[in-house]
Design a protein around this ligand. Structure first.
Ligand code: BG6
Length: 513
């Protein structure tokens, strides 16, 4: 989130060339290209802009331009076609293997050419939309070719996609390699959840509303529950996903972003480092499991056959490129504790999974019960919980559940919802979430990107779980039906504490809560 955005106005980003490694891949076509188009639509891309795609396929400038225009036509940006031509005129393509030093010489020449033609002022944003195994290689080669050197006010920045490492040791090693070639200030480690409007709103909700802060602690909050439920299965990503699993794929990145935004202390200022330091502190304070605690507090599962959105889903083990005996989890739920003064004793429950009943992400903050004394002599058994739910996607809004008296002579209480729905209050334009992130990188604001220490802090929490699973030999893997809410063991994780999840299938913003 840029300072400009914080002030409510956004200027076009400075002149620059964007170099995409992995330019013919799915991420580029589905998300980056539509995001660029949306930036152009909103007047946030500089007129002086150049685009260079790099990938192994030999498709030439013309092939790349067609790839771009087809992609743009398929993923509409809500504007006419004129901007497609604008991009096509500025697009170039180079093919080669990323470990081959000669391609970086060709790239240097091309950058000079683009700078002369488009007046990009020598600023370059390199976007690594490649498999993670290529990250360190590309960064090292860019540095070797002198392409990362910042001179005469020209900036050179690198966006690195996730997953950043596959465990703690590999994340540390990757940070080390990248930091040999670049300054931390040039590195933008992306987590696309931070580009989502409703995720950014967590911070605004907490710190722009005076009534929130006094309640936001262990004295008033009973527990916090974070859900990221997906309906998609593994689709065509079996080769990547089977080595990764739900824990690595979603938790140290997306779910921990939500967790840290909910749990962090107010930053001392609206600067990238103040913000990122507070987020890292939360992860540093998360209790690390020993193997027994990991067994008790983490549940995993894998989807079997079932029906999602009226479509038959084959079991995970029958998906393309997934071994028939795979023990990879497609669902994970856990109970975490944050050992600091604000949160001591408040459980944080997290769950995420694929092939579930509904695509739905939300965070529920449950407040402590009223003392009940007032209703001691009434038939009121239990008061409805006071839940505050921040709906992240696809519904975007906030609900607050509280008890009201059902009209009539007896004191009977029911939970009702106070609702705010983004769509009702604002005119929103379609976006991918990558717009803000690309724009922020171009303007040099790393607030919404991950610093090396917070990436490592996230892996430090997850590593003991990976270790415990490795020791256990992955024997304990419940199968849940596709289209369900996940394994029953995840419900039991809360039931044993006298709590329950919201229902993924029925409990959305539009469903009345
Ligand atoms: C990606 C994961 O980072 O996030 C995917 O690799 C997952 O497995 C995706 O489906 C979820 O993103 P979103 O924006 O659809 O919630």
């Amino acid at each position: 989130m840029t300072a400009a955005a914080a002030n409510g106005k956004a200027e076009p980003a400075p002149a620059c060339a964007l170099v995409i490694f992995g330019a013919t891949g799915d991420l580029t076509r589905r998300l980056l290209v539509p995001a660029l188009r949306n930036l152009r639509r909103d007047g946030l891309l500089a007129e002086n802009f150049g685009l260079i795609g790099l990938a192994s396929r030999d498709i030439g400038d013309e092939g790349f331009r067609k790839h771009l225009s087809d992609g743009m036509a398929q993923f509409k940006a809500g504007s006419g076609d004129a901007d497609i031509d604008w991009f096509v005129q500025r697009a170039h393509y180079l093919s080669g293997r990323f470990e081959d030093p000669s391609i970086y010489k060709v790239l240097a020449d091309k950058l000079r050419e683009v700078e002369a033609a488009q007046h990009t002022a020598g600023n370059v944003l390199f976007y690594l939309a490649t498999p993670p195994s290529e990250f360190a290689v590309i960064v090292a080669q860019l540095a070797k070719a002198g392409l990362t050197r910042e001179t005469e006010g020209r900036w050179r920045r690198v966006i690195i996609e996730k997953p950043f490492g596959h465990d703690l040791a590999s994340a540390i090693a990757l940070n080390k390699k990248i930091l040999m070639a670049l300054d931390e200030g040039q590195i933008y480690r992306i987590d696309h959840y931070l580009g989502k409007e409703t995720v950014q709103n967590i911070m605004v909700f907490r710190f722009a509303n005076g009534f929130v802060e006094p309640l936001w602690n262990r004295d008033h909050i009973d527990n916090v529950r974070i859900t990221v439920a997906e309906t998609v299965g593994v689709e065509q990503r079996g080769r990547f996903y089977d080595k990764t699993g739900a824990l690595r794929d979603m938790v140290p990145n997306h779910l921990f972003q939500l967790l840290t935004l909910i749990a962090m202390e107010p930053p001392s200022g609206f600067t990238a480092d103040a913000l990122r330091s507070e987020k890292s502190k939360v992860l540093d304070a998360v209790h690390r499991f020993d193997p027994e605690e990991a067994r008790r507090n983490v549940v995993r599962g894998q989807y079997g056959a079932g029906i999602v959105d009226n479509k038959k889903i084959v079991p995970y083990r029958e998906a393309p490129d997934v071994p028939a005996t795979s023990m990879t989890e497609t669902y994970v739920a856990m109970k975490l504790a944050i050992d600091n003064w604000r949160w001591a004793g408040v459980p944080f429950y997290l769950r995420t999974g694929k092939a579930l009943a509904k695509r739905r992400s939300y965070i529920t903050v449950q407040f402590k019960q009223a003392p009940l004394a007032l209703f001691r002599d009434t038939p009121v058994e239990r008061l409805p919980p006071n839940d505050l739910t921040l709906h992240i996607q696809p519904d975007e809004g906030v609900t607050l559940r509280f008890g009201v008296k059902i009209p009539g002579p007896a004191v009977r209480i029911e939970g009702v919802d106070l609702k705010f729905n983004y769509d009702d209050a604002f005119e929103t334009t379609p976006s991918t979430g990558y717009e803000t992130l690309i724009y922020d990188c171009m303007t040099g604001d790393p607030s919404l990107f991950q610093r090396a220490d917070s990436i490592e802090a996230g892996w430090r929490v997850v590593q003991p779980i990976l270790d415990a699973w490795r020791e256990e030999g992955r024997t304990n893997l419940p199968i849940y039906p596709a289209g369900s809410s996940g394994p029953v063991e995840a419900n039991q994780l809360l039931q044993r504490d006298g709590r329950r999840w919201r229902d993924i299938a029925t409990d959305g913003l539009a469903d009345g809560g």
